[in-house]
Design a protein around this ligand. Sequence first.
Ligand SMILES: Nc1ncnc2c1ncn2[C@@H]1O[C@H](COP(=O)(O)OP(=O)(O)O)[C@@H](O)[C@H]1O
Ligand SMILES: [Mg+2]
Length: 595
Amino acid sequence: MSRGVISWISGPVLHARAEGPFGLREAVRVGPQALLGEVVRLDGDTIVVQVYEDTTGLRPGVEVVGDGQPLAIHLGPGLLGRIFDGLLRPLSGLDSAHVAPGMRRAPPGVFDFEPLAAVGDVLAAGQPFGQVRGASGRLQRCIVPPDASGSVQGIAGAGSRGESDVVCTLRGPGGASRELTMGHDWPVRVPRPVRARLPAGAPLVTGQRILDSLFPVALGGKAAIPGGFGTGKTVLLEALAKGCNADVIVYLGCGERGNELAGVLEEFPTLTDPRSGGPLMDRTVVIANTSNMPVAAREASIYSAATVAEYFRDQGLDVALMADSTSRWAEALREVSGRFGELPGEGGYPAYLSSRLADFYERAAVVETLAGGRGSVTLIGAISPPSGDFSEPVTSHTKRYVRAYWALDVKRAQARFYPAVHPLQSYAEDARGFAPWWAEQGNGDWLKLRRRFLTLLDEQAHLERMARIIGKDALPVRQQLTLFCAELINEAFLRQSAFSEIDRVCSPQRQAAMMRLIGKFIDLADAAVNAGVHPEQLARLATLRPLQRMGEDVADTALERLAELEARLDREFADLTSPAANANITPEAPHATER
Ligand SMILES: Nc1ncnc2c1ncn2[C@@H]1O[C@H](COP(=O)(O)OP(=O)(O)O)[C@@H](O)[C@H]1O
Ligand SMILES: [Mg+2]
């Protein structure tokens, strides 16, 4: 065991004179409390250590002891349904005092183990050798660690087993035997290996119309949510965690204030998973390093979270990782880098900010697992740019690495238009590829409708500027129609309350039906205006109100009501454009012709 003695310390960073060899990334224990640290630099006989706990009271002369192995986290059946800090130490609340100094990992739990292999079976890395049932009854696989393989020499029978019990012994290719527990350790900062990265095919279904229908992200893709303070990042991430179609959610609360995360911590345990009917927490792992907790652990938390996500991916699951917020992570990186004495770059961040962000988002993928199965990790990171300025380094670098960009707009948020995703500042680079998927959900015209919606919203922005100068009534009728239709798209489709029982999650089938219905309205309105109807008459249609409110009124299970609405729409428009109706209305509609 290597030892060293502290020669200098500043916040979470210390230098120690090493007596014996240390490895880069080696875990160390510091001082009498055995505080957890990691060797981040070797400089002759001086080691630089980043400490993941409160270093108050440490001083030169205090001893540092090496573990002889890289800093690792324990991945196993005890993760789901629990709350951890940035190094997977269990938290009972959001006060750093709740991680006892020097704690390494959660105390081992007990699970119902069932073998899936027999003596003599040959197992490759990543293959399941057993499964466990947690308290919730949810099954998880016990997989051979990526760095092990061999023939089964012994395996435990079905029954209750402790997390530190050996449940399987493998004889490896060299004849060496390897004892396996239900889970295994993995170095925090090393991405887990896969057999192949596969092309993304389907979108992640988020249940949010503006995301799924206008700016979809791939299952196994990467998205960013930049937004100033109070624009709805946390509410949106929570809505995604509750409503998206991933099998497992890793929710990373990174550097935000404790009370911001309190919502997740108090609410999630009470929620039901719409897919399984069981508690939502059963498919969720929460990792939290709030602003009052040690800054170095916050820096590490993003890697722990990605590693946990990959561990479930390697069991053949679709995993979504939500990080709130990557800006606070970057600030931790900046602070630690400053303590290292590194030269600050743009915005005070270290020069490697960009490559660290790239490495993080690179971990999103659909993969063929080592065992030959299929799994995915989707990454969604919130960004909180100081004073809402999207040109700052974290936002601008992130923008280069994500495929979907969901920009939250202050003006929309101020108008309480939620989700405040700005339809003109947001984009989705993989959208085209999802047309076949949408066709399967009943929307063969998805690409066409999407383009139409986006064009109308774009035109609306121009026309509103003009209308402010010359007045809306002075616009030609066609342009008034454009404004009318764009407003309908906003109100009836893009607005979606996270707090409405019916509307907080919208199924793809309902989205498809709503989108087609609005498309139909636009077609009918277009034809009516061509036939001489004034847009003001459209505003008086009886079906307009139900159309605007269909999101909150029509549940996923009542799609026939949208078909009824469509029939009413047809009738109303037929009345509007029939000669008799026109004869009655024309006198009150002096603007019926274009000026
Ligand atoms: N989708 C939404 N539906 C309804 N209200 C929302 C929604 N998003 C945000 N809000 C409102 O805005 C407030 C601030 O949102 P929050 O997510 O905490 O902002 P941020 O994390 O960006 O600072 C919330 O407390 C809520 O009242
Ligand atoms: Mg927030």
